[in-house]
Write a protein that binds this ligand. Structure first.
Ligand code: 0X9
Ligand code: ZN
Length: 928
């Protein structure tokens, strides 16, 4: 039955397209907000939305009839015929430029104003890359992305703020190109005449990219499809341009392809808002990304049509507030009130999301990444206004970009950050209290690396400003006055600091509060040696600068955590707590505390659908445009895989289960999928694994959810931790730094050898004279110390590196060793060690516990678990062990791999060798 309806629908759609091929714009007058939300969700092509005034959709005849039959009232405001005639009307007048005309104009501007104009080719269009690869179907689309720089000394990157003006991300919005070209023409004509414009050109670097999407522009200007919006990425890889007909397969929406929060827009090729395969998958957005990375932009406008709006970041989700909201909004208001509008007097200023939330836009990227005040202008009241209206629209829009150009000269803070000793520029974070600690996250604002210059656009008032750079004493300025009469100048010389701060703390189990031994505390990115906690869970990191470091903390069997700590001489204690990793089977019937939940609903434990056992995890009950997310983070000790089983019951191609690693989409599934296994590679390091069920359309199918079960964590058969060790002090070299080999698998692993690449510096492994091969039992952990043994006075301060290799019958792994200090070595040999059974930790335990003991010489050792009746439950160790400290984990399973029940057990360590005879029994408690 369902099948028949489906065929009928296809037939209807095909017929309707043959009869009514044209699309047109329909307008809903005085629309309520929910109308736009609904149409966005239902996947309609939204042309524009002017709150309370109009909502326009691009529809075909079929969609139009559907809407009529649903009882909507609206009117047709623009037909394809009108578009075409508007585009061409009075071609003797300005009309709309095509690519060649635009390029000729830019070249002419450059030729006429060589002192202040320079034209740059900043990238290729998508089609040009196909043409270059030999596909002749794209030869007519051999386009570059052009940027004209306007500034004095135009050839050099000067110590001045940069400002961008971009146009036509969207093909059917050619009015944007015209507006930007008009502005360009105006400032060039006024240079040397208008003192403000002359001053602005001399003191800033203006970058104009009038046509971001040249391929799409050609689709429109050559009238192949007057409604075309996207670029012409060959999504279906058939080597042809598919832009016409029903659901054309090609094209990526460039304004959904930027990376800030990328991934929430459409995943359907034929959608007008298709986001692309990855962020920055398109050469057009790559060109803008690169431009932004190469210059120090402080503000910019990207022109679109239509709606008579000025939008400011953020826009990726409903209600998101930017840290700079007040100043962003003020400038939006100033620009918007300068532009006369057809409705309500002037253009309307509002945050991006207030139009509709969408991810991957230019503004979110430029603001989120660099703190650039990036705005979208939605010009005019139709996509292609009649050519004879173009000049008027351009004239109306002249003031706004000029206001932006002059913005830095008032209500702002600027200056240079330098090294107090050398006067060299310093790249520092400029942190303003009450701004940078508010709103949604954006990257910290940084001074320019080359010049040390910074520019903050603010609202008037008194601020506390902190200047923070690695290796320098932080500098704090109170009561910095910002006012509208001028720009406040604050030059800051930072004093080089000595790294003399010691941070200490305790790492505990979040559920029990017990200390965790062997947890690794790491500060990635600064060549600071990672440390491990002692038996009391304590750690100590020496030689730190005052700085806001990210601390990564992880331990075997626990989820990892990453926390920012602003270390200073007064803030030097940092405690962390870790949550036990879920085993991924959900068989305990509840989520371990390592799971985190996000989105509109949490996941829950389900006992009706499972891949194995009695339980699985199921996504929460979400409504339209809602998500249900669950995630955890862990340190992956070696390159490995994560696998899990999933089941989906959703509307095919609309509602998805998605899996992300570190925010990167790995795969997604929709429709009716019975239990399937998915496997993904994971590299060594800290990672966040996230499962999301996302429901977009108004339609629901199936159970409308997804299940996950039997996650196999990326804990390889054996691990070598940490993956790198750095020596920084002489003490470290003498005392040694610890590394461990752990058998995580359920069978024995044979260690064949530990060797070094041995080229750089003389170190040795304090292995207590163990002999190879060595059989590493299930759960066993062997700890070693690396020491530098020989006098090495002659080593210079340059960084030396070496590798340590561990070979086993299960492959090879290595640890990077490095040190960057002048070292004096010694030949101290390992201290002697006593024989002692330290018992297990934690105790009571559930479900795993770790035993620890030391032996003074190599000896035949056994460690067994007995129950209250004296029956043997499990043999943990029974072999010759080297002298040293040993640990071994017990997973609470008996010899037949069954979970043992709660209660009291006994562990007995027995060492029986020539010269050494030792027995010790300890009580252990399993508490479920
Ligand atoms: O949807 C877009 O890309 C822009 N509108 S257009 O009609 N020109 O396509 C607006 C994007 C603005 N940002 C947000 N709404 N978040
Ligand atoms: Zn647009």
């Amino acid at each position: 039955m369902k099948y028949k309806i489906f065929i009928l629908l296809i037939t209807l759609t095909v017929i309707s397209n043959i009869i009514f091929a044209d699309s047109f714009v329909i307008r809903f007058d005085n629309p309520k907000k929910y109308l736009v939300t609904n149409f966005v969700l239902e996947g309609y092509d939204i042309a524009s939305y002017k709150p309370g005034i109009y909502l326009d959709l691009v529809v075909d005849q079929q969609e139009y009839e559907n809407l009529i039959s649903q009882g909507y009232s609206m009117r047709i405001t623009q037909t394809e015929q009108q578009l075409s005639s508007n585009l061409n009307a009075g071609t003797d007048l300005a009309g709309y430029r095509d690519y060649d005309e635009m390029l000729a104009d830019l070249q002419l501007y450059e030729a006429l104003n060589p002192d202040i104009c320079k034209l740059y080719d900043i990238g290729d269009s998508r089609a040009k890359t196909y043409s270059d690869a030999g596909n002749a179907n794209y030869d007519d689309y051999y386009h570059d992305i052009w940027a004209l720089k306007v500034s004095d000394n135009v050839e050099t990157e000067e110590d001045e703020p940069s400002i961008y003006y971009l146009a036509e991300h969207h093909a059917r919005e050619p009015i944007s190109l015209e507006v930007v070209m008009y502005f360009l023409d105006h400032i060039l004509a006024q240079y040397g005449t208008d003192p403000t414009i002359t001053d602005n050109i001399n003191n800033s670097q203006i970058w104009i990219v009038p046509l971001v999407n040249p391929d799409g522009h050609k689709i429109v200007t050559s009238e192949i499809d007057l409604w075309w919006r996207k670029n012409i990425c060959d999504n279906n890889e058939n080597g042809m341009i598919d832009v016409n007909g029903y659901n054309p397969a090609d094209g990526v929406d460039p304004n959904r392809n930027y990376s800030w929060n990328w991934g929430g827009a459409s995943t359907n090729w034929s959608s007008e808002t298709y986001q692309g395969t990855t962020s920055f998958s398109e050469p057009e957005t790559q060109a803008i990304r690169d431009l932004l990375s190469e210059h120090h932009f402080i503000a910019g406008l990207t022109y679109h049509s239509y709606g008579e709006l000025i939008l400011y970041p953020f826009g990726y989700a409903d209600g998101v507030v930017a840290p700079d909201e007040a100043a962003l909004s003020d400038l939006a208001v100033a620009m918007a009130t300068s532009i006369p509008g057809m409705y309500s007097g002037n253009y309307t200023p509002q945050p991006g999301w207030a139009l509709y939330p969408c991810t991957g836009t230019t503004d979110d990227y430029s603001y989120g990444t660099y703190g650039i005040f990036g705005y979208t202008v939605e010009l005019a009241t139709e996509f292609i206004p009649n050519a004879n209206q173009v000049a008027g629209i351009c004239e109306d829009n002249l003031q706004a970009p000029l206001i932006m150009l002059d913005r830095i000269n008032h209500s702002s803070l600027q200056g240079h950050v330098t090294d107090a000793d050398t006067d060299d520029p310093v790249q520092a974070e400029i942190f303003i209290d009450g701004i940078d600690d508010t709103g949604e996250f954006r990257n910290p604002y940084l001074s320019n690396q080359e010049f040390g210059s910074y520019y903050r656009l603010l609202t008037d008032g008194d601020y506390t400003v902190q200047f923070i750079a690695y290796g320098y004493e932080p500098s704090i300025y109170q009561n910095v006055n910002i006012n509208s009469t001028n720009s406040t100048i604050l030059d800051v010389a930072l004093n080089p600091a000595t790294a003399d701060i010691t941070v200490t703390g305790v790492v505990t189990d979040v559920d029990t509060g017990w200390p965790i031994e062997g947890a690794v505390v790491e500060i990635p990115g600064y060549n600071i040696p990672s440390v491990t906690t002692n038996v009391a869970g304590e750690y100590e990191i020496n030689n730190l600068y005052a700085y806001p470091y990210d601390f990564l903390v992880y331990a075997d069997g626990y989820a990892s955590t990453m926390e920012n700590v602003f270390v200073s001489s007064t803030n030097n204690v940092a405690d962390f707590s870790l949550a036990i990793l879920d085993d991924g089977t959900f068989e305990s019937g509840e989520f371990a505390s390592s799971w985190n939940f996000d989105g509109n609903q949490p996941w829950f434990i389900d006992s009706t659908n499972m891949n194995s056992g009695s339980y699985s995890a199921c996504s929460g009950n979400v409504y339209d445009d809602q998500t249900s997310k669950m995630y955890f983070s862990m340190y992956v000790p070696n390159d490995d895989v994560i696998s899990f089983y999933y089941k989906v019951s959703s509307e095919e191609d609309y509602d998805y289960l998605r899996f992300y690693i570190d925010g990167e989409l790995q795969d997604m599934w929709s429709g009716n999928v019975d239990w399937q296994e998915a496997v993904f590679n994971v590299e060594t390091g800290n990672h966040t694994f996230l499962w999301e069920y996302y429901k977009d359309g108004g339609v629901s199918n199936g159970y409308d959810c997804a299940w996950i079960d039997d996650i196999v964590l990326p804990i390889s058969a054996w691990s070598l931790t940490p993956s790198s060790l750095a020596f920084l002090t002489i003490e470290d070299c003498i005392d040694g730094l610890q590394f461990s080999v752990i058998n995580n698998s359920d069978s024995e692993i044979v260690l064949d050898d530990i060797t070094s690449s041995g080229t750089e510096f003389p170190w040795f492994i304090d292995s207590f004279n163990m002999t190879f091969p060595y059989n590493l039992s299930v759960g066993e952990q062997l700890d070693f110390l690396v020491k530098v043994a020989l006098p090495v006075e002659n080593l210079s301060r340059e960084i030396l590196t070496d590798q340590l290799y561990v070979q086993s019958d299960n492959g090879q792994k290595h640890i990077d060793l490095s040190f960057d200090d002048e070292l004096v070595g010694n030949d101290d040999l390992p201290n002697s060690i006593s024989t002692e059974f330290m018992g297990n930790y934690p105790n009571p335990f559930n479900p795993t516990t770790t035993f620890k003991f030391s032996i003074s010489t190599s000896a035949k050792t056994s460690l067994n678990i007995y129950n209250m009746k004296g029956q043997l439950v499990k043999k943990l160790i029974n072999k010759e062990l080297p002298a040293g400290i040993h640990t071994i984990k017990w997973n609470g399973k008996d010899m037949n791999s069954r979970n043992v029940s709660s209660g009291i057990y006994f562990s007995t360590l027995d060492i029986d060798d020539e010269g050494l005879d030792y027995t010790s029994t300890k009580k252990i408690i399993l508490l479920k």
